[in-house]
Write a protein that binds this ligand. Sequence first.
Ligand SMILES: *Cc1c(COP(=O)(O)O)cnc(C)c1O
Length: 426
Amino acid sequence: MKTNEIYTQMGVSDAVLRFGEQILSELKEPFAHIDEVAEYNQAKVVAAMQKNRLAANHFNLSSGYGYDDDGRDNLERIYADTFHTEAALVRPQITCGTHALALALSANLLPGDELLSPVGAPYDTLEEVIGIRPSTCSLREYGVSYRQVDLLADGSFDYEGIRAAINEKTKMVTIQRSKGYATRPSFSVQQIGELIAFCKECKPDILCMVDNCYGEFVDTIEPSDLGADMVVGSLIKNPGGGLAPTGGYICGKQSCIERCAYRLNAPGLGKEVGANLGLLTSLYQGFFLAPTVVAGATKGALFAAACYEHLGFRVVPGSKEQRNDIIQAVELGSREGMVAFCAGIQAAAPVDSYVTPEPWPMPGYDSDVIMAAGAFVQGSSIELSADGPIREPYAVYFQGGLTWYHAKLGILMSLQKMLEAKLIEL
Ligand SMILES: *Cc1c(COP(=O)(O)O)cnc(C)c1O
């Protein structure tokens, strides 16, 4: 077949192609399910765009203060309608996911308040935002305390511990949907909904924020459908659809979002200011494409899980488990395995395919880190990428792929490099 010819030209051997096709033949059902989710979410996004009468004038550039920027305001209404929330803040001035999370926290927590994480340690970068690791301008410096309840040994919520931790100071609960660089499973929206209901039962006026990074559009519902007061994420992950060049979002209760806008800009200014700098077409079009982009990335994650599971490696989640985000962890068991896997992902990239990723001592990590990425948007992890710290259990975290075919090529290339390094046999 012609497709195989071009794969061969690109260096994928017959053995790898045959193995890939064999694994794929068993994935028809789960792929059909992923397509159904994407179909629903595509309609959900289009419906929100139609309801808000999206038109060409909404793509106009604004500069300076950005007063009366109807395109910016309409994008926020469309996000709010898609996530079924009262309001949204979606801005290129929100520089990344960590910034969006820091904003949601610092805008809604005051001195004397306490923040609770009932799902164990948060994502690495939040440690400095919260002040778990001492840090300038952390919430802790501003007099906001923090408490954490770890998951039980089986990965479930420690409801007794959570009830005991909620006290008169507890103002907000932060729940991270995706596992990040931890080895726990990612939570389903359903599980998050149950946790939110429990926290609100313990204390009705508690605010629940969900770090939704990597989870958007993997399911037909979002945490905001099940009681979250704020859902937060990055536009260079799922909802940017690969086209957003920068930005972050917070969707939620009007009262929470208003405070986020005052914290982002200045008290008194809020949502009224913020030039769009000509980025709106990318933000709108990326959001429009996001459901299918996420479907491609989810198929890639599943294909990787099935291939490497078949070869005897531990994968999280397993190929038969429900997927709650686009991240796939593959425990390769050795430094050589991680290097070969990442070399394959890099070799499949449209950008920087000629470089070879090497482990390096990245600031903030206690071991070397390896990263493979060849992205159009710098650091974008909705584009095909893989990374991980070089330490036990030698796991790479694989994510993204703007199209399923590109994700497939990346995984075939990774298998090829593993085969060449004699780390697998087919
Ligand atoms: C990526 C990520 C963040 C932080 O986002 P950045 O854009 O890298 O700052 C926070 N939480 C989770 C779960 C993430 O995956």
